[in-house]
Structure formats: C-alpha cells, structure tokens
Design a protein around this ligand. Structure first.
Ligand code: C5J
Length: 229
C-alpha cells in the first residue's frame, strides 16, 4: 500500500501503513482509576481519565485497520527482584511499590491495580510488554517485537506524558523509530508538564518526534481500512 500522511506538528508525517504500530503505554488502573495508587498519592486522576475515550477511538481504528497494537504495563515481579532498591525507596512513601495498596500490591504483576483499564483492555494477539522502568525499551523485548513486525513508525498513547511516554519516545527515537504522540491520548497529573512535554517532543524540527491528536489519527487509520477493504 502507498505511504500515508498524518497531519501533525511540526510538519505532516509520512509513514508506511504496513510498518506502523499503535503503542499504548501504562493505561493501568493504579495510574488512571479513582481509588488507585495515583490518587492515593494526591493526584487528580481525572486529568488521566480524560485520555481513555480518545485512546479508545484510536484503538478501535487501529484494530479496524489491522495494524499492530502493543500495550505496556509498568510493574514488577511479586518478589520485587527486578525493582531497583532506589526505585523502591524513592519518595519515602508510606505505601509504595510492592506494598498493599487500594487495588492490591502496588505496581506488582498480577495485582488488580497493575492491570490495564477495561475500556482499553488488550485483545487476544496484542502483545503486552511488562516493563520494570519508565521506558518501554529498557529490559523488555519491545524492540524485538517491533523489529519482527518491521515496524518503523509508532503512534503513541498513554500515561504519564512526561514520565513513561516521554522516556519511551526518547528511547524509540534513539533506536530509529518515528513517533507521533497523540496530545489528547496522553495525560499528566500536572497541566504544565503536559504542555511542556508535548512542546519538547515537537521542538527543534521534531527533535523526539511529532504531535498529533486522536481525530487526525483516526482519520488516517480509516484510510488504511478503506483501502484494504
Ligand atoms: C509513572 C508512568 N509516572 N507510567 N509511570 O510513574 O508514567
């Protein structure tokens, strides 16, 4: 199929529709749902919850287009052997990673809070990458999964914008992927960080990648579906 173009900043991004994937980062209950770890830390989770609806539209469009969809989750083994002691100690929290939280053990694989919100739950065949760090490439098989599918371009959604989304986009950029981050599909607890994080991605001619939004992504993904039909 011919190349397509997604309208984006700092300029429209041309991509090969056979080599594009949707990457949804850490849309886990503990970050996004009321009563989870994020809210327990005093954050306003509504700032993150507003991403669920546009993410859902992009996810539906990606599935209809038949492109690769990959989900990530931040978290650790139940024995915490893959969690750096510095990460466990950070913040001097009363309830931190590995402790019993409102939705089970915080950021521990298998806990209710660690899993992905039902609205965006992975479908059968969609890889879920469990990552111990903020970046989705660090100590995971994400790069291998993408290489095996011939992926060159990543449409990026998820939370939080300035932490796991940014770290992953930077890692992807250094590995030669072109990332387009959908502004309304990524969220931060801090409005200022949301704004600046998106500015940073597209500054200097797209130093880390491109910024677009759900509507523009759905429109271009719809062209894949129509052309394939
Ligand atoms: C954080 C993440 N913020 N997924 N994780 O700790 O951004």
């Amino acid at each position: 199929m011919d190349k397509l173009t997604i309208d984006a900043e700092p300029y429209p991004l041309e991509f090969d529709p056979d080599r594009v994937a949707l990457l949804i980062i850490d849309m886990q209950r503990d970050f996004v749902e009321p009563g989870g770890f994020g809210e327990m830390l005093g954050n306003d989770v509504s700032r993150l919850r507003s991403t669920i609806e546009p993410c859902g539209r992009v996810l539906a469009a990606a599935r209809a287009a038949g492109i690769a969809v990959i989900h990530t989750r931040e978290g650790h083994r139940p024995d915490l052997a893959d969690a750096p002691p510095t990460k466990l100690a950070r913040g001097r929290l009363e309830v931190g990673i590995g402790d019993e939280g409102p939705m089970g053990r915080v950021l521990v694989r298998g806990a209710h809070g660690h899993d992905i919100v039902p609205e965006l739950y992975p479908a059968e065949g969609e890889p879920v990458v469990d990552k111990p760090g903020k970046g989705a490439f660090y100590e995971t098989d994400l790069h291998l999964i993408l290489k095996n599918r011939g992926i060159e371009t990543l449409i990026v959604c998820g939370v939080t914008t300035e932490v796991c989304v940014h770290t992953t986009v930077r890692e992807a950029n250094d590995r030669g992927y072109e990332c387009v981050v959908l502004a309304d599909c990524v969220g931060s607890y801090f409005p200022e960080f949301q704004r600046v994080a998106l500015e940073m991605i597209k500054a200097q001619g797209g130093i880390f990648g491109w910024v677009s939004d759900a509507d523009r992504a759905v429109a271009v993904l719809g062209r894949i579906r129509r052309d394939a039909a």
